[in-house]
Write a protein of this length. Structure first.
Length: 179
């Protein structure tokens, strides 16, 4: 194993390949939180984030763009849609409350409001905890979650599309063929 990283240098997902090489040689590999030990700054711009995540996302799924695209759609449903659905459901409840008559609130609207509010609440809670643990950023940044979710979901879709169309990926001056 003296060749180390040289044997995986041309791989688009060299970290995953290196992990597999260690495992094949009998080493135990695990992912841990090393933030107390060291910090790594990988990206300088949104363009670099876009390229870096686009090259790795589909590779994470073994190059299967269909699974990557499905996960991108699922990401939007979980991470972005609730933020837009919550105001809509709140408007529906307001319209129901303001309407004349004493009719029961539609079951779908009550359920949708509850599920959407719970989803947004979980994201706010988890986001606040993660930001307070790993960064000095305040709660206000958590409110940008829908934007960050939309950007990441779009990057995921970009990775799937680039793989499906055999466009490959560029990273730090190197061009990789689609896996």
């Amino acid at each position: 194993m003296a060749s180390g990283d040289a044997s995986v240098k041309s791989a688009i997902d060299e970290d995953i390949k290196l992990n597999g090489m260690f495992k094949r040689h009998g080493w135990k590999v695990r992912v841990t939180d090393g933030v107390a030990v060291f910090k790594v700054h990988m990206y300088e711009s949104l363009g670099q984030i876009w390229e870096g995540y686009s090259k790795n996302y589909c590779a994470f799924f073994g190059g299967d763009w269909r699974i990557a695209l499905l996960c991108s759609i699922f990401w939007y449903i979980l991470e972005v849609v609730p933020w837009f659905a919550l105001p809509w459901y709140a408007w529906q409840v307001g319209a129901w409350a303001a309407a004349p008559g004493n009719r029961p609130m539609p079951w779908l609207d009550m359920t949708g409001l509850a599920v959407t509010a719970l989803s947004v609440s979980i994201v706010l809670n988890a986001g606040t905890r993660i930001l307070s643990r790993y960064t000095a950023l305040g709660f206000g940044w958590v409110l940008l979650h829908p934007l960050a979710g939309a950007v990441l979901g779009t990057i995921m879709g970009n990775s799937a599309l680039r793989t499906a169309l055999n466009l490959g990926a560029t990273w730090k001056g190197r061009t990789y063929a689609s896996s």
